[in-house]
Design a protein around this ligand. Structure first.
Ligand code: GH3
Ligand code: MG
Ligand code: MG
Length: 228
């Protein structure tokens, strides 16, 4: 700001109204240039800092995404699963809406590995995720829990309602032709559980689904069992 007003109060008013610097007239051109260059130096430092902050933020976002993603399938991982389950559980209790949890475990996966190799096993895992992804309901949260276990959290869907998508998954997997395992059919066993109103805590829900899934194994695999 260049002005004829040059009392201290004038300078303060000028700076307070947004001027970065203040020179009274008559001014010296040399001083004006020196002050402009000083201001440009500050600006460059600020710009560099902004850029650094932005790069840092991008890196943080990437790391955060990696931390909640299963590297093989791209689905969310166990950590994120716990998180979503907790959020959905709270919602269920607050709004008294249903909720169900589906645990999907590949049948005899060890033998797939043993027969076709670990790489083929990995391909099967990826393809199971691809089959799961587009199946209804769209609101279902799909995750990979590590190993050969998958999970689907179904907000606003009760135990009866969850049987439909569960059977759909069962059928889609058993009909899918997997690329690295020749003629071999791949099946899954599914355990379903739903919280009884306000009685179950979050961990119990996952445990119940696990028990139901093991019942499905015990009863012959390639089937859905619900926890009652
Ligand atoms: P079940 O029908 O009872 O579930 O039998 P299963 O063979 O599927 O179950 P089990 O728990 O005995 O074996 C799971 C196998 O999954 C053992 C392990 O080597 C394999 N596995 C775990 N994680 C991975 C992975 O990321 N990639 C591959 N290829 N194999 C994995
Ligand atoms: Mg398993
Ligand atoms: Mg298994």
């Amino acid at each position: 700001m260049l002005t004829v007003k040059d009392t201290t109060a004038d300078k303060v008013t000028g700076l307070e109204s947004g001027a970065d610097d203040y020179l009274p007239k008559p001014y010296s051109e040399i001083e004006l240039n020196a002050r402009i260059y000083a201001a440009l130096r500050m600006k460059r430092l600020q710009d560099e800092q902004l850029l650094k902050n932005r790069q840092l933020q991008e890196m943080l976002t990437k790391v955060e995404t990696l931390a909640i993603t299963d590297p093989l399938t791209g689905l969310f991982n166990r950590r994120r699963f716990e998180n979503i389950l907790e959020l959905e559980f709270k919602r269920t209790i607050r709004y008294k809406t249903p909720l169900s949890c589906m645990l999907v475990d590949i049948d005899h996966f060890k033998s797939i590995n043993d027969t076709f190799g670990h790489h083929a096993g990995d391909c099967v895992l990826k393809e199971v995720a691809l089959v799961l992804q587009p199946l209804p309901p769209r609101s279902g949260h799909r995750g990979a829990l590590g190993g050969e276990e998958f999970v689907v959290i179904l907000p606003s869907v009760g135990l009866e309602g969850a049987l439909v998508p569960a059977n759909r998954i069962l059928q889609s997997i058993s009909e899918h032709v997997f690329s690295e395992v020749g003629e071999r059919k791949v099946t899954v066993s599914i355990g379903l559980a739903a919280p009884e109103r306000e009685r179950h805590v979050r961990q119990q829900l996952a445990q119940l689904a696990d028990v139901a899934m093991y019942n499905a194994k015990r009863l012959g695999r390639n089937r859905v069992e619900t926890a009652r």
